[in-house]
Ligand binder design. Sequence first.
Ligand SMILES: C[S@@+](CC[C@H](N)C(=O)[O-])C[C@H]1O[C@@H](n2cnc3c(N)ncnc32)[C@H](O)[C@@H]1O
Length: 392
Amino acid sequence: MKLLEYIPVQERVYVTDIGVQACNDSRKTLNRLPEGSVDLVITSPPFALLREKEYGNETQNTYVEWLHTFAVEVHRVLKDGGSFVLDLGGAYERGKPVRSLYQFRVLLDLCDNIGFRLAEEFYWHNPAKLPSPIEWVNKRKIRVKDSVNTVWWLSKSDWPKADVTKVLAPYSDRMKKLIEDPAKFYKPKARPSGHDISKGFGNDNGGAIPPNLLQYSNTEATSSYLRRCKTISREGHPARFPSELPKFFIKFLTSPGDVVIDIFSGSNTTGRVCEDLDREWLSIEERRDYAALSVVRFTSEDMSTDKLCSLVDGLQSGACHSIPAPFRQSLFSTLCEEANTGSILKEYSTSKDMPKVVTYDKAPSPPKKKRKSRSIATDAKYTPLKRKKAQA
Ligand SMILES: C[S@@+](CC[C@H](N)C(=O)[O-])C[C@H]1O[C@@H](n2cnc3c(N)ncnc32)[C@H](O)[C@@H]1O
């Protein structure tokens, strides 16, 4: 699908050859898209928090109705095999150490009244989350730190497109040993739980099946997005999710070339991930300042501060920018970095504007270090007494 055709020029903020950052109320933009045309909508809306965010948020009383108006449109534009992934943080009721049920009410509404299926519930654990509310957690010490968001994976049909092999987790050291020599570690037998653990358990499948508890620290204080915002003296978006979160679902639920939308795009974390993974993307953000600033995720690292400043100012005041293809060269360095840190890379496509990308099924092993030749005189393993004996 050529998403750009559905976005009027005045709503475009910047475009790449596979994506569009739009500025609008996302309901209006979704409304223009054809039915059954989208593979995945992944998003993190403003939560029903008591402390109001800079970009405003709906109250707990009106939240379900408010989100419903977006979800109806999401349901319409999704393909039959499409998914809607919704990240919702928890909240307390006003003035009481009692949790709001708003994210569960949203779930029931979307399933009971719109027809979504709950494909699976996920939990995102952010170990870096600060304790809050201060009154219940820090002062009175009657509640623990809330560091888990619910992430509802909803689907339009019972059989959404999904492939766990795209998101396998690295094996634990114990599992690696077991794969090396299964016979040494266990005997096939029925477990007390009734599971019959067969010999196949020791097969190397390239990684472990991940659980529905995803752990990503939201500590992007040193991220290139924030660094670049700082160089042009702008405050970054105040509520970004870590790129690992959309990356997991985009790899799991879509293939290269599929269409992915974020309907509350903020700093456009999702668009940037899609660009790296070669998914067609549309990010919709209501506030032009956030949408304009998110261009820093797409500009080359060596663009001068003055140029970047005037680019962001221009976009904020209504211009639209087309990201030139050479920016994709930065994708090349991302790939190399990922390969060196051990990610499994299979699905990136190359573009003629990019240097050739080497894809690895497994990360290349680092060059072997040359063993230093040992000298009796300097080697620490020799005590003075041993050294004397060895020399004799
Ligand atoms: C929690 S933030 C999303 C942050 C994003 N996930 C990121 O990583 O940067 C929610 C965003 O939704 C935007 N928003 C609120 N109502 C909207 C609407 N009707 N249409 C589009 N965006 C909206 C807010 O301005 C805010 O930037």
